[in-house]
Design a binder for this molecule. Structure first.
Ligand code: PLP
Length: 454
């Protein structure tokens, strides 16, 4: 019945990421064909407020002409060059300088790749390289957290703490370990305060390091707010306590700012929101407002000095991507950062945050809502079968998926993550659009409640 439509050709030819292939054959795609401001339009002409900014990334919305102009100008001037073997180009140089100046803690250099996964793979290699340079090649293990999301390349997928990224791929690789997910609502014990929960998790991290042998543990990777694992901000005092443990055993901190970077949490960096002092920082997504692929890895001076020392021994840092720091992507990133500054995007997030977080918290009165969590303009609403016992729904019901389908009908795109509904609208959303997004979510929540009693 779909004929030769885009949807039928999608089913015929297109293998989708993060999609149940069997279900896709019957459900088919939502084909998005245009974007304006914070809305996107499908191929039938129906519009949706993009409540997740695509994949937590289009911070400037879907039609910022200055980014288009920056891309075209760079395309005309120099559509490609690279940074291998002492080559360079101005957009990468300008962007590296800008990012080092913008960093939340003193950083020395920026390395460019194309995606968050590649940035995290690069960070892993830099951690290993660093310890080789220091003459301790046995110090190579990396600790991430259950429910972390750090990407899907083999090493980054190993850091990711989600079963569907591991199960069929025999991951994680050796040397990657996981510690507790810092989700107080789900994993806090009866009578335990948030601070006590944070202490317990830091103690568990220390116990893991001691079990493995501190001389073998190199780095700890963490998103400031865990995103794709369910929008999980850390409990109070968590990073302070975790960093004390890392410092004690000379373990590096890598902050994965792929979602949190560039204003999302109400500071330029999530690291600033939570007092993190990373040795390496990875970012992507909003760096270009997602108009082109680009990621950046910022490294401390100590890491950079290790690169110098090690490359003297072995020749080169044997790592790099053809399209890493692509000049057109860098030009778009520079323009993106200029717009963030001109429009004071961080202040804008702080202004809008109470409106989003406050309105969502009012839904705590709703019978289906167990927890509302978030900071800045990122939030998660967790649905529960029983609020008193926090009993989750039967996963087969796919309740959050159902809610998100109702939200589509009402003209809003949201993200289901287990039983949690994720929000991460473009940072340029205005008050009226935000109210409308939240109202559409409210309708979808009521529809879901009705559907459950039917
Ligand atoms: N790190 C975090 C925190 C992410 O949210 C993501 C993607 O959602 C990644 C890394 C991976 O980025 P990419 O999909 O660009 O490889």
């Amino acid at each position: 019945h779909l004929g030769n439509s885009a949807a039928s050709r999608d089913i015929a030819y297109h293998l989708h990421p993060y999609t149940n292939a069997k279900a896709h054959e019957s459900v088919g795609p939502l084909v998005i064909s245009g974007g304006k401001g914070v809305t996107v339009t499908d191929d039938t002409g129906k519009s949706y407020i993009e409540g997740v900014a695509g994949l937590w990334c289009t911070s400037l919305g879907f039609d910022e002409p200055r980014l288009v102009d920056a891309a075209i100008a760079q395309m005309r001037k120099l559509p490609f060059y690279h940074a291998f073997a002492h080559k360079s180009h101005e957009p990468a140089i300008d962007l590296a300088e800008k990012l080092v100046a913008l960093a939340p803690v003193p950083m020395s250099k920026a390395f460019f790749a194309c995606s968050g996964s590649e940035a995290n793979d690069t960070a892993i290699k830099l951690v290993w390289y660093y310890n080789n340079a220091l003459g301790r090649p046995e110090k190579k293990k990396i600790i991430a957290r259950t429910k972390a999301y750090h990407g899907v390349t083999v090493a980054a997928a190993s850091l990711t703490g989600l079963p569907n990224c591991h199960r069929d791929f025999d991951l994680p690789i050796a040397r990657v370990l996981h510690t507790d997910c810092p989700h107080y609502y789900r994993f806090g014990q009866d009578g335990e305060t948030e601070e006590q929960f944070a202490t317990r998790l830091a103690d568990n991290l220390e116990a893991l390091i001691l079990r493995e042998g501190p001389e073998t543990v190199a780095a700890f990777f963490a998103e400031p707010v865990m995103g794709a694992g369910g929008v999980i901000p850390p409990p109070a005092t968590y990073f302070e306590k975790v960093q004390a443990v890392l410092a004690k055993y000379d373990v590096l901190l890598v902050a994965d700012e792929v979602i949190c970077g560039y204003g999302r949490t109400g500071n330029m960096w999530g690291s600033q929101t939570y007092g993190m002092r990373p040795d390496i920082l990875t970012s992507a997504k909003a760096l270009t407002s997602a108009y082109l692929p680009l990621s950046a890895v910022l490294v401390s001076d100590a890491i950079y000095k290790a690169c110098v020392a090690e490359s003297e021994k072995i020749g080169v840092f044997g790592h790099g991507f053809t399209y890493g720091g692509h000049p057109v992507s860098c030009a778009v990133a520079l323009e993106t950062l200029k717009i963030y500054e001109e429009r004071d995007i961080v202040a804008r997030v702080r202004d809008l945050s109470p409106r989003m977080q406050g309105t969502l918290r009012r839904y705590l009165d709703h019978p289906l809502v167990g927890e509302v969590r978030g900071v800045g303009l990122i939030a998660g609403v967790e649905l529960v079968a029983d609020k008193a016992t926090k009993q989750p729904f039967d996963p087969k019901l796919n309740v959050a998926g159902k809610l998100v389908a109702f939200a589509h009908q009402h003209g809003a795109i949201l993200r289901p993550i287990g039983d949690t509904v994720g929000f991460s609208p473009p940072l340029v959303i205005n008050e009226g659009e935000l109210d409308e997004l939240l109202a559409r979510f409210g309708k979808a929540l009521d529809d879901t409640a009705d559907w459950l009693v039917r």
